[in-house]
Design a protein around this ligand. Structure first.
Ligand SMILES: [Cu+2]
Length: 491
C-alpha cells in the first residue's frame, strides 16, 4: 500500500520528530521539601478539641464531648499516647470507611489496596504525602516513533481532620512534567489527546499540568449508615470512571499512560469541579457539575471556565477486596480545536486487590465509550495487572484494545471520520530497594508491542510497532511497613 496523499488538515502536525529539548531533571528532593512545608503550613489546627466521633470499630470507647486522647485500655504499645489516638481517628473515617479506599478525585478503590505514603499526625490533622517519580529513557520504533530522556512524576499532599461528626480532606497533586517532559510530550505510539501548537498531539503523551488537583472534600454522616459528601476543586476530577491511572496500584509501577485513558478515566484534570454524593459503607451515588474543557498547552496555570458539563457515577465496594463502578458524562466542548462538539462518555470498571504478607495482587478491567456529537463513536478497553512479590519485586502488565478515529490520530482530512482498530500489550518489572528506608528507590523497565491494521501501516511503516522505557523511580514506603496500617480496618 502507498501512503494516502490527500490534502492535510490545516493544523496537520509535524511534531513527531520533536527534538530532545529538555534534559532529564529530577528535582524531586526540592519538590518534596516544598510539599512537606506546604502540608505542614496547611496543618494549623483549627479545632484543638479534635473530638473522636463514635465509629463502628470501637463503638463504646469514644464519646464526643467527654474527653481528649482517650484510648482503649487494652492497647499495649510503646508509642506516645497522642499518636495512637490520632492514628485511630485517621484510619477510620466517616461511617468507618478506611482511608485506603480513597483514590483520585472522589473515586473508590478496594479497601485492601496498599498505600505508599509518608504519614504524620499533628494537631488533630492526619497528613500524607505521596510521590511517584520516574526518570529514564523512552524509545519507540516506527515512522511515528521517537526517543527522549524524560521524568514522569507527581506528588500528592493531603491533610484531613474531623469536623463535628464528619471529616474534611484537603488535597493537592502537583506534577513537574511541564519542565521534565516538556510541552511536546513524550513518545508513546498510538497515543492521542490534547494539543501542541494548536494541532492535535498524536503518538506522544502530553505532560500533566503543574496543578493536577487542588481540592477540598467534606463528608458528613446522617445517622449510622448513610453519609453525604461534597467535593469542590479548582483543579480536580469529576465523577467519571475508575480512579485515574496514575493512582491505580495496577499502574503505579508503569510510567507510561494508557492509550485509552481519554475514554476510560475521568477527564483527569478538570479546571472547576463540584461533586455531591450520597453513600453508605458499600455504595456511593454521585453527580458532578464541571468544566469539561481539556487542559490547554500552557501547563502552569488553572484554565478556569464556567462549568458546562455533567457526570453521574454509581460505585459499589461489596467486599474489602473489590470495587466496581458505572458512570456517564456529558462533556460540553472538551476540545478547544472543535468547540462545537460535545461528547457523551460511558464507562464501567471492576478493580480487585488482595494483600497477604508481603504480597499484593491487583487486577483492573475498564471499558469506556465516547460518543461525540459529530464524528464516529469509539470504544476502548483495558486490563491491568500488578503483582508485588516480597515488596522488592513488582511485575506489571497492561493490555488494551480500542478503536480511534482518523481525527484522533491526526490522519489526512479524508480519513478523519474513519475508525481504526488497534491493540497494545505492555509488560514491565521494577525492583524497589525498600530496605534503604523512608525513600524507596527502584529500577525497572517496560516493553510494549502494538498491533495495528493494514489501514494504518502506511503511517507507521509496520503493523507491529514496539518500544520501551528503562527508568529509575522514587516512591514512599508502604504504610504498613511503619505499622500505621497494620490490622487494616477490613470490617
Ligand atoms: Cu491525557
Amino acid at each position: 500500500m502507498s501512503a494516502p496523499n490527500q490534502p492535510q488538515r490545516a493544523w496537520a502536525p509535524n511534531n513527531t520528530g520533536a527534538a530532545l529539548h529538555r534534559r532529564p531533571s529530577v528535582i524531586a528532593a526540592t519538590a518534596i521539601a516544598a510539599m512537606t512545608m506546604a502540608a505542614n503550613a496547611s496543618a494549623q489546627p483549627t479545632n484543638r478539641e479534635h473530638q473522636h466521633q463514635p465509629d463502628q470499630h470501637q463503638p463504646d470507647q469514644h464519646q464526643p464531648d467527654q474527653h481528649e486522647h482517650e484510648q482503649p485500655p487494652n492497647q499495649q504499645h510503646d508509642q506516645p499516647e497522642h499518636d495512637m489516638a490520632m492514628e485511630h481517628g485517621a484510619m477510620s473515617t466517616t461511617l468507618g470507611i478506611p482511608e485506603t479506599r480513597d483514590a483520585s478525585g472522589t473515586s473508590w478503590q478496594p479497601d485492601l489496596t496498599p498505600m505508599f505514603m509518608w504519614h504524620w499526625m499533628t494537631g488533630g490533622w492526619s497528613l500524607g504525602l505521596h510521590a511517584n517519580v520516574f526518570a529514564g529513557y523512552d524509545s519507540k520504533s516506527s515512522d511515528r516513533g521517537g526517543d527522549k530522556f524524560i521524568s514522569i512524576n507527581w506528588l500528592m499532599a493531603m491533610a484531613s481532620h474531623p469536623v463535628g461528626s464528619g471529616d474534611l480532606l484537603l488535597r493537592t497533586m502537583l506534577s513537574l512534567e511541564p519542565f521534565t517532559v516538556g510541552k511536546t510530550g513524550y513518545p508513546l505510539l498510538l497515543q492521542t489527546g490534547e494539543t501542541l501548537d494548536g494541532a492535535p498531539l498524536h503518538d506522544r503523551q502530553h505532560p500533566h499540568d503543574l496543578f493536577m488537583e487542588i481540592a477540598a472534600r467534606y463528608r458528613q454522616p446522617i445517622g449510622d449508615s448513610v453519609g453525604i459528601e461534597l467535593y469542590a476543586a479548582p483543579a480536580g476530577e469529576p465523577a467519571i470512571g475508575p480512579p485515574a491511572y496514575a493512582h491505580r496500584f495496577s499502574a503505579l509501577a508503569n510510567p507510561l499512560a494508557p492509550l485509552g485513558h481519554h475514554w476510560e478515566d475521568s477527564t483527569h484534570i478538570s479546571f472547576g469541579v463540584l461533586t455531591a454524593g450520597v453513600f453508605t459503607r458499600q455504595l456511593k451515588l454521585e453527580g458532578s457539575w464541571f468544566n469539561g474543557r481539556e487542559p490547554d498547552e500552557d501547563r502552569y496555570d488553572l484554565d478556569l471556565r464556567t462549568p458546562d458539563s455533567f457526570a453521574a457515577r454509581l460505585t459499589v465496594n461489596p467486599t474489602a477486596d473489590t470495587s466496581a463502578q458505572i458512570s456517564w458524562a456529558r462533556l460540553d466542548s472538551p476540545e478547544a480545536l472543535e468547540p462545537a462538539v460535545s461528547v457523551q462518555r460511558l464507562t464501567a470498571s471492576v478493580m480487585w486487590n488482595q494483600s497477604a504478607r508481603a504480597r499484593n495482587v491487583a487486577l483492573v478491567g475498564v471499558i469506556g465509550h465516547n460518543a461525540p456529537s459529530m464524528g464516529p463513536s469509539t470504544t476502548a478497553g483495558l486490563g491491568e495487572a500488578a503483582l508485588m512479590l516480597r515488596p522488592e519485586h513488582t511485575v506489571f502488565a497492561r493490555a488494551e484494545l480500542m478503536s480511534k478515529s482518523g481525527h484522533d490520530l491526526a490522519l489526512p482530512e479524508a480519513m478523519a471520520d474513519q475508525t481504526f482498530g488497534m491493540a497494545s500489550f505492555s509488560l514491565g518489572y521494577v525492583y524497589d530497594a525498600r530496605w534503604l528506608g523512608d525513600v524507596v528507590p527502584g529500577i525497572g523497565f517496560v516493553a510494549t508491542v502494538d498491533a495495528i491494521g493494514a489501514d494504518l501501516e502506511p503511517f507507521y511503516g509496520t503493523r507491529a510497532p514496539w518500544g520501551g522505557m528503562v527508568f529509575v523511580r522514587l516512591r514512599p514506603p508502604e504504610m504498613s511497613e511503619h505499622g500505621a496500617m497494620s490490622g487494616m480496618h477490613a470490617m
